[in-house]
Design a protein around this ligand. Sequence first.
Ligand code: SF4
Length: 341
Amino acid sequence: MSILASSTDWDCELPAGDSWQRVLKDAVRDPAELAQMLKLPPQWLASAQQAARGFPLFVPRPYLARIRPGDPHDPLLRQVLPVADELDDLPGFSADPVDDRRAEWSPGLLHKYRSRVLMVTTGACAVHCRYCFRRHYPYSQAPKSLAQWQPAIDQIARDGSIREVILSGGDPLTMPDGPLAALAARLAEIRHLRRLRVHTRLPIVIPQRVTDELLAWLTGTRLTPIVVVHANHPRELDRHVATALARLVDSGVPVLNQAVLLAGVNDDAEVLVELCERLVELRVLPYYLHQLDRVAGAAHFEVSPAVGLRLMDELRARLPGYALPRYVRERPGAASKLEMA
Ligand code: SF4
């Protein structure tokens, strides 16, 4: 089984002194340290250590600062704390619930939907979300440098139907801006490409990541940039995150949010309404509310579709249309995400 790496894995060194990179390096990896910092009851530690053997704990300190000490049920903690439930082997939950491997055009390049391709640019993330559908993805087989990506880029260049490239992972913004700018420039040379989308949780978990250098390459490319962030709970959106998102929006980049419907985190109408209201306040459009992908180790996060649909009814009654996310799920082989009904 392969797991997400815990630091950037492209063939480039992290420059010392860059603050977001220092924050990334300084992330908490040891369940004992986490338990001590958050004053968790001792019984949580043994199972956290056991579950972290399969999928390591990895939480940056700016995110930890938003978790309430002494509360093992904190909705932000629940997203990152390894628990014994992850070790259950349940029918219907698998290592690749969305069939990423079948969608591979070439290593690391996924083609699921018409006109778009997704590049698994890195296996590194700035946080390890326990419900992640790619927690078992074989990242080691994906390209790790611009040179290694060249065959995939050539493949995109040969297919005039592709309009948009999605940089995903892992989290592409764990990579330094130099290689990202070089990749964006190479993609911009492909005349039929129009858009460059970045899927990232970095502005939420390490808001320092929204740097001048990031904004420069995002707004400097011929391609229309779109950033899709990932926040599941309104308490993730503190004032530092608000500043980071404002910098993106003020630079002219459309910013959308995708959330996952998670038991014990946001399966509550009040929480979801507040999340959507807060996002709109920050000029970020709530884009998707995902039904959980049934990845092995995440069954305890699943919310039934019936409950999800009831929550959506409540959201529809309380929010303006533009603040309402689409409640969707992914079905392997389908031509698009499917609306839950
Ligand atoms: S959900 Fe995103 S940020 Fe979280 S572990 Fe998965 S790929 Fe990384």
